[in-house]
Design a protein around this ligand. Sequence first.
Ligand code: NAP
Length: 279
Amino acid sequence: MGNEAYVTLPDGERIAKLGQGTWEMGERRAVRAAEIAALREGIELGMNLIDTAEMYGDGATETLLGEALAGLRDQVFLVSKVYPHNASRRGVVASCEASLKRLKTDRLDLYLLHWPGGIALEETIEGFEALHQAGKIRHWGVSNFDLDDMDALVAAGGSACATNQVLYNVARRGPEFDLLPWMCERAMPAMAYSPIDHGRLPKRSVLDEIAAARGVSTTSIALAWVLAQPGVCAIPKAGSVEHVRENRRAFDIELTDAERAAIDAYFKPPRSKRPLEML
Ligand code: NAP
């Protein structure tokens, strides 16, 4: 792969920089086979960091993923997430066990709190630690945590947090101001969700110009930009083998200094705090 192929978790374990998302998969019978084929193709291509959540399709996405992982589980770094309202000491354990069942596996590689909620973080952390001790999760982390949430997490005893999964892409660069530097100082990689902005990238931007000059898609340039950020891994969701292959090829695109400067001029890096956006 052209760019650095891995990011490193705080405990030294390396995970693929380019993975796959699953939101909105497993919800329509007509595209089920295509989704499974896409996920399996991605794993073959080394995009073996796979993100899901108990929320997605009310469990239907995890069920589809369990099917897609048949015979491939050991090749994958599997991530799922617990709803904040389920994140009590006991609730975390119950949710994880239900996810494991749907995913047809005995452990998650990473389990995330989906977003900050009303249950005390100390309780959630206790639940995560109990799952870790039982061998049901290998790491835990959070998602949609802004800087003040990360401070609260540390204050609650959450220094073992492995990552924070956040909305980050070329059109939404807010985390660069404070959150990403904070995480970088702690050797904690960021997991960029919606790395191609959930299909909402602006039309007729500098990305189109760069893409046209290179003979690739706009999506590929947006993805290549995220993948070039140090300490950031990305989990684009693709529902077809063609899109998966294109996303994998985007990983080999190395943007030039001039291209990056043109992107910075159009999608300006933040000069002040912007609240963390959520999808
Ligand atoms: P995304 O990955 O930025 O974009 C997905 C969209 O891009 C889909 O419509 C997909 O269409 C399309 N696409 C993918 N590859 C393409 C290509 N090569 N060319 C053209 N279109 C392409 O958005 P996302 O699904 O919101 O985010 C990715 C993952 O992050 C999710 O699936 C989920 O696992 C995670 N996530 C987490 C949170 C959180 O709160 N923690 C929130 C949102 C997302 P097709 O399906 O037709 O390929």
